[in-house]
Design a protein around this ligand. Structure first.
Ligand code: B4P
Length: 192
């Protein structure tokens, strides 16, 4: 198994690059943002609760997302590996993920961190808000709250993986193709 965490602030391109990476490396894509949006679309109780939190730009409680990831991993026993996108976002989520993978005799192989300036993030998310219909992208105040939440609770996740020497910083500005090539270069080094 080969497992990757694709990390970065909101709008750094995790979703965009994940699509390409799973096509190239045949990994199972697990995006907590996508899983939460499916719950919202299906109007489940979990989805309705999560929507209220996401609309404020805050993080959904750890136990909710950890539960979703546990089930998603268990439901994919044949996977060659996982690409975690938007997860983990807190230290508790990181520890839970490590335990979950170690119970399956595997681990995270690389933590790829997309680095993008705040002004570029706001520009990308506001642009996406014009067409995506995503309520958390339409208001600049909410976008800035998501970035603040990232600095407060999520950026420390990189420190957690740094202690195991797994973090690689990737310049997340440039064309989608250029960034994809930078990511593949780091993955290929570890696969060969
Ligand atoms: P997510 O769905 O994870 O999404 P994101 O952080 O907003 O965006 P991403 O980085 O994937 O950006 P994308 O590629 O789409 O989170 C949404 C919310 O869900 C969170 O705020 C939180 O409330 C909740 N949540 C999710 N996971 C959670 C967890 N683990 N714990 C608690 N809560 C959780 O790119 C953005 C835009 O940029 C797109 O329009 C794209 O086209 C554009 N773009 C991409 N690359 C570009 C490039 N190189 N140049 C120009 N534009 C580019």
């Amino acid at each position: 198994m080969f497992n990757i965490i694709l990390f970065g602030p909101p709008g750094s391109g995790k979703g965009t690059q994940s699509e390409r990476l799973i096509a190239k490396y045949h990994l199972k894509h697990l995006s907590t943002g996508d899983l939460l949006r499916s719950e919202i679309a299906a109007q489940t109780v979990l989805g309705m609760e999560a929507k209220k939190i996401m609309d404020k730009g805050e993080l959904v409680p750890d136990e909710v997302v950890i539960g979703m990831i546990n089930s998603a991993v268990d439901n994919n026993p044949q996977a060659k590996g996982f690409l975690f996108d938007g997860f983990p976002r807190t230290k508790a989520q990181s520890e839970a993920l490590d335990q979950l993978l170690s119970a399956k005799n595997t681990a995270i192989h690389v933590f790829l961190s997309l680095e993008v300036s705040e002004e570029e993030l706001v520009k990308r998310l506001s642009n996406r808000g014009l067409t995506s219909g995503r309520s958390d992208d339409t208001n600049e105040e909410v976008i800035r709250a998501r970035i603040a939440e990232y600095h407060k609770k999520t950026s420390i996740v990189a420190d957690y993986y740094q202690q195991f020497d797994k973090v690689v910083k990737i310049k997340g500005e440039g064309t989608v193709e250029e960034i994809f090539n930078r990511l593949c270069f780091e993955i290929d080094k570890r696969l060969s």
